[in-house]
Design a protein around this ligand. Structure first.
Ligand SMILES: *Cc1c(COP(=O)(O)O)cnc(C)c1O
Length: 473
């Protein structure tokens, strides 16, 4: 047989298998059963076209056509890629627990189970089983919210941005809304308080200065056209120095005297005291309500640890307005979200088990000593597999909460720090980790690839994946 170097293009083209012969081969049958004839044919056509291009430019057959085994392995790989879910599990070892790009909070087994059940079966989403009549979809969580926060009523929508839009649209459209200049927040992804105000048909009335706002500023801004005073929690930044703001209790008193609603966008809205983890305390919805705020909105997938959602809790009469507004119909949550949210909120009824049941709390609760111990164990097990090109060590690091919450607070943690030497490259190592069946996402800092172990879901499984992956070849 001639070596390929001497093959003429014509003989190379003739050496290409036909689509029909590939489809008829025994090795194709499993692929046809799994992916269907159309998909298999399409992939064969695409790959043969690519092979013709290789012949034209390089006068050789591509490697995958070397023999029948390589050919069908190659086709199987392409078909598998087409069918791979893009929303699949990854290891978030970025050092940011609530990573918006990685789907924010992971959820409890109880929430996962609740979602699975309502996906599989019919569920009384808008039906009262006892009374046998139509119910309201937010009822599933409003009883719990009442127990947890004391709120008279609640309304659940897609996310907190939607919650703020709905509050403003239903309560303040066509009116003025007074906000401190220190609280005109921008959250990532084009959510800015002035823009949302405009969208809701409200007129923003800014009061005070960036660093200081006083009660008299609010008092002076109230007119007969005032729709509400709004507080916005500056969750993703911190003003330090010569500052002052007016607290909710003081504003609550003013609003009651003047007959104006007081509304609050809390952002994260923790339902539990986070100081036990060494974090700062986030303002809690229950405290806001006790201070006299009429409506409080917060996210379901930030520090609450549930699914993406926005909760608005507070006075019955105002919640009724929200529920009756046409936007609510557009922003309402589906049964999966409501099931997950209900299961998440249930954990809060038992503070003793909360930290072990809710993944986000479990990660906050991990002790630095335990993470360091794990990091040392990982290094001992992995060093022989990654050195000499990618030596690793255990280094101290700092975990962030993420999602704009507590931007200046860190939890002490430990990371695996990989360096590249002897021809290795960090970019290649990063790619290699991302190519794992469950991609491993870290971050590059100071010429090291860091994997923060506070974010690990399961140390044993992670160690096994890293060991199996080994260094890039
Ligand atoms: C995060 C945040 C929002 C947006 O909440 P989403 O749930 O992401 O829509 C709005 N306001 C504040 C103060 C926030 O921190």
């Amino acid at each position: 047989m001639m070596t390929q170097v001497f093959d003429t293009p014509a003989s190379l083209y003739r050496a290409l298998p036909s689509v029909d012969s590939l489809l008829a081969a025994d090795a194709s049958q499993a692929l046809l059963t799994q992916y269907g004839k159309d998909a298999v044919k399409q992939v064969i056509n695409q790959q043969l076209a690519a092979a013709r291009a290789v012949i034209a430019t390089e006068q050789r057959l591509p490697q995958w056509l070397a023999n029948s085994t390589t050919t069908f392995e190659y086709l199987a790989q392409h078909l598998q890629q087409l069918h791979q879910l893009s929303l699949r599990p990854v290891h978030n070892l970025t050092g940011t627990i609530l990573h918006t790009n990685l789907g924010r909070s992971q959820q409890s087994e109880a929430a996962i189970n609740a979602v699975t059940q309502v996906m599989r079966h019919a569920t009384p989403l808008e039906f009262e089983l006892e009374a046998g009549k139509r119910g309201h979809r937010d009822n599933a969580v409003s009883q719990l919210i009442h127990r947890l926060t004391g709120a008279e009523a609640c309304c659940v929508v897609n996310n907190n941005a939607a919650a703020v839009l709905l509050m403003l649209s239903a309560v303040c459209a066509g009116k003025e809304v007074i906000v401190s200049r220190g609280e005109l927040v921008e959250i990532g992804g084009a959510f800015r308080i002035p823009d949302i105000m405009r969208q809701a048909g409200c007129t923003l009335v800014e009061v005070g200065a960036t660093n200081r706002t006083h009660l008299r500023d609010y008092q002076a801004a109230i007119t007969e056209n005032t729709g509400a005073i709004m507080k916005v929690h500056t969750s993703n930044y911190h003003i330090q120095g010569f500052t002052s703001a007016v607290d909710e209790a003081t504003l609550g008193k003013l609003c009651r005297e003047r007959g104006i609603p007081l509304i609050s966008d809390l952002g994260s809205g923790a339902l539990t005291d986070l100081r036990r983890f060494g974090l700062k305390q986030e303002p809690m919805p229950q405290q806001m309500l006790a201070d006299g705020v009429d409506l409080v909105s917060f996210s379901g997938d930030k520090l609450l640890g549930g699914p993406q959602s926005g909760l608005i809790v507070g006075k019955q009469a105002l919640i009724d307005k929200l529920q009756q507004h046409p936007l609510k119909r557009a922003l309402r949550c589906d049964k999966l979200i409501l099931a997950a949210l209900e299961a998440t909120l249930l954990h809060y009824l038992n503070p003793e088990t909360l930290d072990s049941q809710l993944p986000i709390m479990a990660k906050f609760a991990r002790s630095e000593a335990e993470i360091c111990r794990q990091a040392e164990r990982f290094v001992a097990a992995l060093q022989p597999l990654f050195a000499p090109r990618y030596p690793l060590r255990a280094v101290p690091c700092q975990t962030q909460v993420g999602s704009g919450s507590q931007p200046d607070t860190y939890l002490p943690s430990a990371a695996l720090a990989f360096r590249a030497q002897a021809g290795g490259s960090l970019a290649e190592l990063e790619r290699h980790f991302k190519s794992a069946e469950q991609p491993i996402i870290g971050r590059i800092k100071d010429e090291q690839l860091l994997l923060d172990l506070r974010g690990a879901d399961d140390f044993e499984q992670l160690l096994a994946s890293l060991a199996q992956l080994g260094a890039p070849t």
